[in-house]
Design a protein around this ligand. Structure first.
Ligand code: PMP
Length: 366
């Protein structure tokens, strides 16, 4: 008899999610440009809502009714078709868990959110990578990756870690190419950062079809990652599945209050989007000027940029120099990106400093 409980063998296949770092190797606090958080923080209305009296002794509303009503009102969705989660991560997990298990496949594009393989492994399913095109999802490759064992297709749009984006025509083409018994999840974690005229059509597809789920989060443009609130919408049967699988009191009282307050301040979201696109463009221009040193960026619609290092300065050396200068960025060698750094768009002053460090290092490296 074993002298301790024996975990299930499939747990060995799980590589725990590795979050973006905030400290240097020698333990210094760094400016965190490694987890795609909002450099403007959150709306002051959120701080007020969290400070207002509420009883921590009482359980939260298990169904987040007020929050679902507010999300529904903003997006024109029946609240009965909305489920809230402990971040959108809980709902992505639920979606995979509901439809995929041992022997099944979960397909997604290369350079997708690093949580996706973990979600497949957690339910004993096989993650299947479709080849990307210019670091973005390729609908034809995704459809070619589908087999009779595929149960779920995950599309982060914009995708993380690149920020590339598929338009409504491409997302509809992907959906049209999938048989109706395959779930398509359109993960719109960065949707609020898209220019107002960009819409990937995910919400319209989720309203019209039984096999499309859209997930959203309050962790990015709304700036309340620490409160862990996300939501999903789709056909009633999909929402019912997620309600069965989620934690009973999954969104805390503070999380519900914070998300409600965050929704009320759409001006803050607009400011965040505008600041992000202006600073992102300015930073991209500065990196473009280092093209002769092998640095380049991949166009991004999100609040981060993937910087490629294909000259004398390596991504690893650049990350070390940025840590020296006080900045944490994300190196993703495990995602086939040893030659790149994902850098969250911070404030203008932060990004000017990051660009200056990269320029100095690139010039010194030759
Ligand atoms: N989807 C994508 C593409 C993400 O990048 C993230 C967070 N990094 C999430 C979902 C999950 O975010 P949360 O659980 O905080 O909602």
């Amino acid at each position: 008899m074993a002298d301790r409980p024996t975990p299930k063998a499939w747990i060995d296949a799980i590589h725990p999610y590795v979050p973006g770092k905030a400290k240097s190797a020698d333990g210094r606090e760094l400016v965190k440009l490694s987890a795609n958080e909002n450099p403007l923080g959150c709306s002051p209305t959120v701080i007020d809502a969290l400070a207002a009296a509420h009883s921590p002794a009482l359980y939260p509303d298990p169904d987040a009714k007020e929050l679902r009503a507010a999300i529904g009102a903003l997006h024109g969705i029946d609240p009965a078709r909305i489920v809230c989660g402990t971040g959108s991560g809980e709902l992505l997990h639920g979606a995979v868990q509901a439809f995929a298990g041992t022997g099944d496949e979960v397909a997604f594009s290369r350079y997708s959110f690093s949580l996706y393989p973990l979600l497949a492994h957690k339910v004993g399913a096989e993650p299947v990578l479709a080849e990307a095109r210019e670091y973005g999802a390729d609908v034809d490759a995704l459809l070619a990756a589908v087999t009779e064992r595929t149960r779920v297709v995950l599309l982060d749009n914009p995708n993380n870690p690149v920020g590339s984006w598929l338009d409504a025509g491409e997302v509809a083409r992907l959906h049209a190419g999938l048989s109706p018994d395959i779930l398509l999840v359109v993960d719109q974690a960065y949707a609020e950062y898209l220019a107002p005229d960009l819409d990937d059509g995910g919400l319209a597809l989720a309203a019209a079809h039984n096999n499309v789920l859209v997930t959203r989060t309050f962790s990015k443009a709304y700036g309340i990652a620490g409160e862990r609130v996300g939501w999903a919408t789709g056909a009633p049967a999909l929402v019912d599945m997620l309600n069965r699988l989620r934690g009973a009191f999954n969104v805390t009282s503070g999380g519900q209050r914070a998300a409600l307050a965050a929704l009320e301040d759409q001006a803050f979201v607009r400011r965040s989007r505008q600041a992000n696109s202006a600073v992102r463009a300015r930073f991209a221009d500065r990196i473009a000027m280092l093209g002769n040193h092998g640095l380049s960026i991949v166009p991004s619609e999100a609040n981060f940029l993937l910087v490629l290092f294909e000259g004398a300065l390596t991504a690893e050396a650049a990350m070390g120099a940025l840590a020296e200068a006080g900045y944490a960025v994300r190196h993703l060698p495990g995602q086939d990106l040893p030659h790149a750094l994902r850098i969250t768009i911070g404030t203008e002053a932060q990004m000017d400093e990051v660009a200056a460090v990269l320029r100095r290092e690139a010039e010194a490296a030759g």
